[in-house]
Design a protein around this ligand. Sequence first.
Ligand SMILES: [Mn+2]
Length: 413
Amino acid sequence: MKSYLLTLTSDHNSAKMSASTVNPTNSKIGEETVLERETGSQPLSLGKLAQKLQHTLEKHHGERHIVVIQDFPDPDALSSAWAYQLIAERYEIECDIVYAGTLSHQENIALVKLTGLPAKRWSINTLKDRDLTVYQGCVLVDSQGNTSQLMAYVKQAKIPVMIVIDHHSQQGGIQAEFVDLRPRVRSTATILTQYLQNGLLDFNGNNSTHVKCATALMHGIRSDTNGLRQAQEDDLLAAAYLSRIYDPQLLNAVLQSARSCRVMDVIERSLKNRLIQNSFSIAGVGYLRYEDRDAIPQAADFLVTEENIHTAIVYGIIHDEDREIEVIIGSLRTNKLTLDPDEFIKEALGKNPQGRYYGGGREMAGGFEIPMGFFGGSNDNNNYTKLKWELVDAQLKQKLLRLVNPQNEVVHA
Ligand SMILES: [Mn+2]
């Protein structure tokens, strides 16, 4: 057994992007700012990356692109997609920002409503009435396509993935004309802000759309960095730049949206069910409605605040009534610097039969999704439903506890 928890998450201090030369004014960012190695090629400076993105956009002038964001979009994905759409507009590229799932977190609903953020919900059921062939390219922001059900249809329609901008660890072979993958940056909104700062758009406080988009980006950076507490230099510099454009009152309004009663119920369940071992808090919360999916990360956010706990993992079965399917959804939150959520989830849960991991993560947070497959769907028999949950609960605990408690032998039936 690998002594997992003692493994340091690589050299994320020494190798962090040297953004010290980034000028927080609107001027061009120093070409000498060397970025991490872009997948499979030489390291590119921020200026070169911006140039490369510009060239890619010029090449696709006048086209129509689909920007696919994760099924349950978070502020980072939503704001980054919007910033990208505004940049692409300059090249007369028309972008539709789409997601297949639902806006679940109360703050995300407030964000979209209050800023007029132009994301569209395309549930899988409505896809047959849509013509995907109008798009010449697909753009992925804050994901690499593995968190959206839409990607299978994009692939089917033979729409090429043109651009990928993300800060998650690499999730397996991505190929695109332009790839900016920087796992050491804490939010994709930071990366998009750097592009704005680097002159890809004349982003300014006199334009009300820009003010709203800046507010969304600020929220995106904040929410992926635990209110800036885990922000690195890049994120703080991006936030500093946005601070001259965003609307603090609007951000306040977004942040003050209240938790729904059902989210409170799930948090209560997670508190009651939590199992504490080795400073990990693990809680299964049973069945949830599709719309309440976001209660799981919120419960994990809450459990990790307990004294002597450094990591919380919360999971449940989400029932999608539209499609009569069930999926196990889980969230991990950690304060432990040496615990890499991406590695932890990949190692604990492994891959599906197609060779894809069930989940992964970024700094301090991760998530996973495991389809129930043949065992999915509702059943009128209460005992059956209860039994099914117990099985899922036992299986997940067994897999997670193997890493939480490496000395303990795996439980045999
Ligand atoms: Mn993100």
